[in-house]
Design a binder for this molecule. Structure first.
Ligand code: NAP
Length: 283
């Protein structure tokens, strides 16, 4: 398998391209027995071109960022690093300070994409101003949001500078289709990619009979079916977390899978598309 060239990319609004398949890190660095495998998985993913690495100050209260920093120490420039500020750190100076702490843990001088983890009570103006300051200082390269529903995105667009956001990271997989009705079209209209988290529903989807049946047809795994399904849209990035190298390989190979109309119909029958607006699912 070639190193990076076989991973399709999607443009951010800035025109910079990022891989459509990245790597998540929620729950990592919690068990010393898994640390080696988690680091190895991350580096294998990098070798395979899954260079978009998603983490957050929240994960393990900084421990996941530290693991990512350690793993990437010698390969920082190969990665597109995404991390997140917690809503209660999202005031102007609090955001700047939270970013400095993340940079230290990540052992780097810049975050490629900095997200507001979810909307809290801090006015969006304050967070956007902090993001703009961080961009000017070269500490972050792009910024975006997470768990914003269409109403939140409209509010953000009203804030001066708010239209510079680069992504909305939201829950999306066959069992969580609400965003197809409104959020996905809205982001597409604005040229903003959607970043799909928990694309295999934290593993719970992998025993769904329909996924297993489609997987058998293609001689692939249920995880690959779920990922191919999420990635069937243009403008969608998936960030599965795989703490075992064999799962990283499996997920990477999902890029070669194209689902047929029959597969999609079977998946629609088991996981019907929504017919109207539904509240944004979150995990
Ligand atoms: P996920 O990626 O849907 O599922 C992770 C689980 O699936 C792990 O137990 C993993 O096992 C297993 N898995 C992955 N690939 C597999 C494969 N090919 N075969 C079999 N099992 C496989 O769940 P997630 O971690 O919740 O979501 C992904 C990332 O999205 C997170 O890590 C985080 O970075 C981000 N996220 C963001 C938010 C937010 O609010 N913004 C919320 C949730 C998640 P192993 O670890 O054993 O490989």
């Amino acid at each position: 398998m070639g190193p990076t060239q076989d991973v399709p990319t999607v443009p951010l609004p800035s025109g910079e391209h990022v891989p459509v398949l990245g790597q998540g890190t929620w729950g990592w660095a919690q068990d010393p027995a898994h640390r080696g495998s988690e680091m190895q998985s991350l580096l294998l993913g990098l070798d395979l071109g899954l260079t978009l690495v998603d983490t957050a100050e929240m994960y393990g209260q900084g421990a996941a960022e530290e693991l990512v920093g350690e793993a990437l120490a010698a390969r920082r420039d190969e990665a597109f690093l995404v991390t997140k500020v917690l809503p209660y750190n999202a005031g102007h100076m609090d955001t700047v300070n939270a970013c400095e702490r993340s940079l230290k843990r990540l052992r780097t001088d810049r975050v490629d994409l900095y997200l507001l983890h979810w909307r809290g009570s801090v006015p969006l103006e304050e967070t956007v101003t902090a993001f703009e300051d961080l961009v000017r200082a070269g500490k972050i390269r792009h910024w975006g949001v997470s768990n914003f529903d269409p109403a939140d995105l409209r509010d953000l667009a009203e804030v001066p500078g708010g239209d510079a956001m680069a992504t909305d990271q939201v829950l999306y997989n066959p069992a969580r289709r609400g965003i197809e009705y409104d959020l996905l079209p809205l982001c597409r209209e604005r040229g903003v990619p959607v970043m799909a988290y928990s694309p295999v529903e934290q593993g719970r989807l992998l025993t769904a009979p329909v996924l297993e049946a489609v997987a058998r047809r293609h001689r692939v795994t249920a995880a690959q079916v779920a990922l191919a399904w999420v990635l069937r849209h243009s403008g969608v990035i998936a960030i599965p977390r795989a703490g075992r190298p064999e799962h990283v390989r499996d997920n990477h190979a999902a890029l070669a899978l194209t689902l047929t109309d029959d597969d999609l119909a079977a998946l629609d029958a088991a996981f019907p598309p929504v017919r109207g607006p539904v509240p944004l699912d979150v995990l």
